[in-house]
Design a binder for this molecule. Sequence first.
Ligand code: XMP
Length: 517
Amino acid sequence: MSDDNTIAILDYGSQYSQVIARRVREAHVYCELFPWNAPVEQIMALKPKGFILTGGPNSVYSPDAPTLPAYVLDSGLPVLGICYGMQLLTLHFGGIVAPGTEREYGAADVVIDSVNPLFQIGHQKVWMSHGDRLEQLPPDFVTLGHSANSPYAFIRHQQKPYFGVQFHPEVNHTENGRAFLHAFVQEVCQASPTWTAQSIIEQAVERIREQVGSAKILSAVSGGVDSSVATALVHRAVGSQLSAIFVDTGMLRHNERQLVETAFRQNMGIDLFVEDGEEAFLTLLRGVTEPEAKRRVIGETFIRLFEYHARTLDNPEFLVQGTIYPDVVESAAPDRQQAARIKSHHNVGGLPKDMQFKLVEPLRYLFKDEVRAVGEALGLPPELVWRQPFPGPGLAVRCLGEITKQRLDVLRAADHIFTSALAEHGLMKNKTEDGVAQAFAVLLPVKSVGVMGDERTYEEVLALRAVQTDDFMTADWVDLPHDFLAMVANRIVNTVRGINRVVYDITSKPPGTIEWE
Ligand code: XMP
């Protein structure tokens, strides 16, 4: 994707590289993240209007340190070097980088004392995270800002549009960091804010039409945001060439099937085929309690149903996948493979080898927030667009022990009470930036004694889980208000038969995972 108004970001391995890309996109400017040594043709094909060099874990003087490719400065385009990126830039012009006397990590106060297009004069709260630092400024550069620990915290070339920062403008803790990056792309690079939901849709539609021609396409909708938006986009592009299937496994959340059916049939006018798989899934899962075995049974059952449908549809040539940009970035960079692997075990079981589908991946270059904006612009309802992540195997991973219809119904009812109370109280992330990113109930195969009225009860335990996270790779448990938890626990025990005790999970990830399984 490209609209001739783009920024190329060269990735030197910073933990914040994707955050930089998200900040640029928030300024409605398209950008792509490339490994620092990606082929020049690939990068220049994007016709960038400027470069951002990310931070990274290396020292510029170490023997195999990543370097600044010559074409970056040869292009004459603006460059912003962040941390390691700034050190590379200044090294090129004759600056001296040296190990800092102490590592600087955390909040710092930078004094800006020269007028510049990126930061206002005065004190700026920034986020530092570096060992090495610039010790001597190259002759052509001037200092725009300094901190107690970094005499050259913000610098620029005297004639050319080259800027460097020792701090991290992309991180939330840098108070005016967003505005800083937006000013770099829009004012210094002169990239226009053309990257909007509408322009994303137009480009995607054009590309999908070009790719598939008049061939048939199949899409398996999971009820999650990505597969829904991908399907809606493909439908916008090719209409009835698309067949969409949704499998009701019997392990969906409260009202989920109705929500998906209404969204697709009524809102989008897509002829969604709903396969009623509850009986098949529950029969095959009978007696299965080990989590990996559950996943295997569910994966195989999906595949069988899917195969059957593909055959009845005359074997479509293309399959829609909701791959999004972070997945693409993770698998492109070898040092990020670890993260990619953690996710792969989440796939419900893969597709049959003999189904030689070609993939249509209309969200391949989009971040999650862009996927949501596109979903809204396509007319998908907010309840679907803002849905929490939900594992492919569904409630099976939250119904510990044996899965039965009765236990699933108990879990579903309790989960609905908890999640709707969170929404009603404005505690979810779509209401506040630091709200709950994911929350759900888990039914435990443990019975304990209680008393209700005058009667002794012996029922199962329900755990509540609510986490805060940006990437779902690490997460913190949320310290929900105690009176809120008390109200939810009360409501669950009083209205859901089969639960007489509610506990709250206070484990972060790591060492825990988000799901219990
Ligand atoms: P864990 O439990 O590994 O989960 O901390 C991290 C995130 O991934 C979600 N998850 C899945 N998503 N298919 C998915 O698409 C799956 O099988 C799956 N299992 C876990 C989980 O809900 C959390 O958001």
